[in-house]
Write a protein that binds this ligand. Structure first.
Ligand code: PEP
Ligand code: MN
Length: 345
């Protein structure tokens, strides 16, 4: 961390600031330039609040040199992390497609599971606990929904991905050996929940917050990892902007930026990012081309009857067609010499 001081900073005030920094257990390197005096803070800068430092009278500006996320940071872990999700690997060249309905609704789950598997999906999604804007909207089947997901897994062999909203439900998820716990956009900064899933070793699909920055997503990952769970998969699912033609604005920049900053796998969700069935396929393909390690896509066998998010669901036929095109894009972007595109999708 570097503090750039104001031009008129007097010697006594500088000495006072240096001793304040040293009392925090850091070393302060003062350097007097022709135009500016700067202080380099060396040591564990997590002990320093950069805003507090910047609010001090003699400080003009504070700049971070290293990012506050450590365990999620590619600098300290250059190789891609590969997360094992119930026998299916994601990251480091392993590409996976998670598909299924927004909500678990009943016995149609197994039909949808069979169809997405036949089309090439490698994991099944479905929400048993639904974070709805209205308390009067369908809230999910709860534990019965988890059981239906387990039955679909037993029949199809597809690992299951399902959202957890409450730290008190962790046990129910662990008892059923849920393969991937999803943390939804609305809980991206629910720190007690992040810590609780961090105490397990179950892979976590961590979605970006509704208005979350890339750094906030990485800090949320850091919460999970700081408790010991390194099995984190990041998910770009669109952010809220001034645009109203789509449900959210798909920030595809986030895919290469996250790969740059972090070793964790990056999944993209074009369903929630766009909100409309007709935009899901083009944006899914764009996310693959941008380098996503996987996709999460909502599929329903009767979207007009879906209990949630029918407007963005693909039919099994539309999904199957999309999978064909995903294979084409994967092959097109594969490194020279890799003719298969190394896709399992
Ligand atoms: C979901 O996956 O159904 C969901 C609610 O997603 P998000 O948290 O991204 O809105
Ligand atoms: Mn949904």
């Amino acid at each position: 961390m570097i503090a750039i001081l104001k031009k008129n900073a007097d010697e006594n005030a500088v000495a006072h600031l240096v001793s304040w920094i040293e009392k925090k257990g850091l070393t302060a390197h003062v350097s007097h330039g022709e135009n500016e005096t700067i202080i380099g803070l060396v040591g564990d800068t997590t002990k320093i609040d950069p805003f507090l430092l910047e609010s001090m009278d003699i400080v003009q500006r504070v700049q971070r040199v290293s990012e506050p996320f450590k365990k999620a940071n590619r600098k300290f872990h250059p190789a891609d992390t590969v997360v094992d999700c119930g026998g299916v690997s994601i990251g480091g060249g392993n590409f996976q497609v998670i598909a299924g309905p927004c909500s678990v609704e009943g016995e149609n789950l197994i039909r949808i599971a069979r169809s997405v598997k036949a089309a090439g999906a490698t994991m099944l999604r479905g929400g048993a606990y639904k974070p709805r804007t209205s308390p009067y909207a369908y809230q999910g089947m709860g534990e019965r929904g988890l059981d239906l997901l387990c039955e679909a897994r037993a029949e199809t062999g597809l690992p299951i991905v399902t959202e957890i909203m409450d730290p008190r439900d962790v046990e129910a998820f662990l008892n059923r050996k849920i393969d991937v716990m999803q943390i939804g956009a609305r809980n991206a900064q629910n720190f007690p929940l992040l810590k609780e899933v961090g105490r397990t070793r179950t892979p976590v699909l961590l979605k970006r917050g509704l208005a979350g920055t890339i750094d906030e997503l990485l800090m949320a990952a850091e919460y999970i990892m700081s408790e010991g769970n390194d099995n984190v998969i990041l998910c770009e699912r669109g952010i809220r902007t001034f645009e109203t033609r789509t449900r959210n604005t798909f920030d595809l920049n986030a895919v290469p930026v996250l790969h740059d900053l972090s070793h964790l796998p990056v999944v993209a969700d074009p369903s929630h990012a766009t909100g409309y069935t007709r935009y899901v396929a083009p944006m899914a393909l764009a996310a693959v081309a941008a380098g996503a390690d996987g996709l999460e896509i909502e599929v329903h066998d009767a979207p007009e009857k879906a209990w949630s998010d029918g407007a963005q669901a693909l039919t099994p036929e539309q999904f199957s067609e999309l999978m064909e095109r995903i294979r084409v894009i994967r092959a097109a972007i594969a490194p020279a010499g890799d003719v298969t595109g190394s896709t399992e999708a």
